[in-house]
Design a protein. Structure first.
Length: 231
């Protein structure tokens, strides 16, 4: 089988074509959501990652006959919007209060010996404030405008979609960068020897939250938003 050429493709486009590639990028530390507009070669160079090894792993996906569980790129925009709300928004709304509580608690208990936890709690408090408003704006303004534009693409809907997507993309950048910093200062959510049960639960929840955020932002930045801008 002839190998595909991925080096000049954007990370977001690669994941959009085959969602299984997201796991390869995740394991390698390549950002396919907020950094989805970077080419594979550019992203690997910035992270000092062996480009050829990533290309080989991507080509190995073609050996398997299994298809991605969800072919998001072909979904109707209204359906995709509802899916994002019912899957990712509900998860974020449910998880944010728990993580605010846990990160604050371990910062108070373990902050003297692990000062990075104070920074983690501060960053997540900011994420909590930002995302709660962000989700409301999507559900109350952007997504309804997209659904309305599917029926009638007038100038008013177009204006709302343009302005909201511009703002939403910037907010994605903030949340993604904040979670990247949390990942970095916890050394990839690595538990120290003196970690209590709450400490363990906190870092595991943070890891799961970051994984969900990557998929969430990918669906919006790389699929929903570009298609909405073409309405």
């Amino acid at each position: 089988m002839e190998n595909k050429i991925y080096i000049d493709q954007n990370l977001g486009d690669i994941v959009t074509e085959d969602f299984r590639s997201a796991e390869i990028f995740k394991e390698s530390g390549l950002d396919f959501c907020c950094g989805g507009n970077k080419t594979l070669s550019q992203a690997c160079k910035e992270k000092d990652i062996d480009l050829q090894s990533i290309v080989e792993k991507l080509n190995e996906l073609d050996v398997y006959s299994g298809k991605p569980v969800h072919n998001y790129k072909d979904w109707d925009l209204g359906f995709l919007s509802d899916y994002i709300i019912n899957t990712h928004h509900k998860y974020v709304i449910k998880t944010l209060p728990d993580l605010v509580f846990y990160t604050d608690k371990i910062a108070k208990v373990h902050g003297d010996h692990h000062p990075e936890l104070i920074r983690v709690a501060d960053l997540f408090a900011q994420i909590n404030t930002e995302l709660n408003q962000h989700l409301r704006n999507e559900e109350e303004v952007l997504f309804p405008a997209i659904k309305s534009a599917l029926k009638k693409a007038d100038s008013e809907n177009r204006s709302v979609i343009l302005s909201e997507i511009s703002r939403m993309t910037t907010e994605h950048e903030f949340a993604g960068s904040a979670m990247d910093e949390i990942n970095r200062i916890t050394t990839g959510y690595l538990l120290p020897k003196d970690a209590c049960k709450t400490y363990q639960v906190s870092l595991e929840l943070l890891r799961q939250f970051e994984d969900d955020l990557h998929v969430h932002v990918h669906l919006e930045n790389n699929i929903l938003y570009p298609k909405a801008l073409k309405l």
